[in-house]
Design a protein around this ligand. Structure first.
Ligand code: NAD
Length: 349
């Protein structure tokens, strides 16, 4: 396997993964609408990899995954150039829980229909290896902690439903036995931090939906106050507990998943990528304050629809099957995330 199509590769997790894949020797085509990202992330990835220009080992095609003919052309052109696409890493999609509640059909269209189109085209071109960005959101308010992959899939918001539906669609396609599919559904917990260079990181549009970018934007003065959505949850300090995973650990998880699929028989492999340890919102604020020497002012507001109290991963399957585990700490996520924020106060703008 040499040539990888990375949908959504200009985004937060995608850009860090592109760097890891380039360093591992892969050639990449990034297919991204840039609706929630900037091509600058990829220019910085090239800079970090010591590659001079787009087109050398990484090219960018700006387009929407629902654009059937454009995506077909990408596969066709690669074949004609003698560099057929061997595998796809599929990050492209929408990821806001709150937006999915107000605009659910958009999530069905982009996340579910978009993946169906991608899968159709992959099959047309005999490309059967797919790494899909799933999410711990599919577990909903599971009572079992840590959550293992065998827990019930009971999403409680349309975003989670869209990810669970894609997993189901991929399972159906696999069990049809029509194609020798090799699929890994990577169930991410909460990706945070940034590359230690401070050159690439998370750059959300508008007020961040997730805790980490919100905390760092308050620290840098872009937002005045952190909003904590409920301090009356059934947890020791009343704030929700999540499993925060450094984005570089996550990026390396994709490389391990590709290696795993390459070495093994066709299958659908569903696996958690987390640290196995949960932290509350107050613990994260404290860790961030210690790492950055900044005070984070906050206010407690109503709970958000679609949130759960506690969510952290059972990580034994990833360790056993892919020999992957998270190596970085919450402290290094805070330090690296803050370095990115300080050097890029307005993100890539
Ligand atoms: N960040 C998280 O907390 C998290 C957690 C679990 C799962 N995920 C999933 O991981 C994937 C990547 O997340 P991220 O945090 O890097 O998000 P991101 O928004 O930074 O990256 C997604 C990329 O996909 C692109 N995109 C969106 N819709 C597209 C479309 N229709 N066609 C082509 N490109 C499109 C965006 O421009 C962006 O570059 C997403 O599928 C997300 O649902 C993210």
């Amino acid at each position: 396997m040499k040539n990888i199509l990375v949908t959504g590769g200009a985004g937060f997790i995608g850009s860090h993964t592109c760097l890891v894949l380039l360093e591992a020797g892969y050639n990449l085509i990034v297919f991204d609408s840039l609706i929630n990202s900037s091509s600058k992330s990829l220019s910085r990835v090239l800079e970090l990899s010591g590659i001079n220009d787009f087109g050398e080992r990484l090219s960018l095609v700006k387009g929407d995954i629902r654009n059937f003919s454009l995506l077909q052309d990408v596969f066709k052109n690669s074949k004609e150039k003698g560099m057929p696409i061997d595998a796809v890493i599929h990050f492209a999609g929408l990821k806001s829980v709150s937006e999915s509640i107000t605009e659910p059909l958009k999530y069905w269209d982009v996340n579910v229909n978009g993946t169906r189109i991608l899968l159709d085209i992959m099959q047309d071109h005999d490309c059967y290896t797919l790494v899909f960005s799933s999410s711990a959101t599919i577990y909903g308010s599971s009572q079992q902690m840590p959550i293992s992959e065998s827990a019930d899939i009971k999403p409680i918001n349309p975003y989670g439903t869209s990810k669970a539906s894609v997993e189901q669609m991929l399972s159906d396609a696999f069990y049809s036995n029509l194609y020798p599919l090799k699929v890994a559904c990577l169930r991410y917990f909460n990706p945070v931090g940034a590359h230690p260079s401070g050159l690439i990181g998370e750059d959300p549009l508008g007020i961040p939906d997730n805790l980490f970018p919100f905390v760092s934007q308050v620290a840098i003065g872009r937002e005045s106050l952190l909003r904590i959505f409920g301090a009356d949850w059934n947890t020791p300090d009343g704030t929700p507990i999540r499993d925060y995973i450094h984005v570089m650990d996550l990026a390396e998880g994709h490389l391990c998943a590709l290696n795993y699929l390459e070495k093994n028989q066709p299958q659908i492999f569903k696996v958690n990528l987390g640290t196995g340890r949960g932290y509350s919102v107050f613990e994260v604020i404290n860790a961030f304050e210690v790492a950055t020497d900044k005070k984070i002012p906050y206010e407690i507001v109503d709970r958000r629809k679609g949130d759960v109290a506690v969510n952290y991963a059972d990580i034994s399957l990833a360790k056993r099957e892919m020999n992957w585990y998270a190596k970085r700490t919450l402290n290094s996520s805070c330090i690296d995330g803050w370095r990115w924020q300080l050097s890029n106060p307005n993100g890539y703008k």
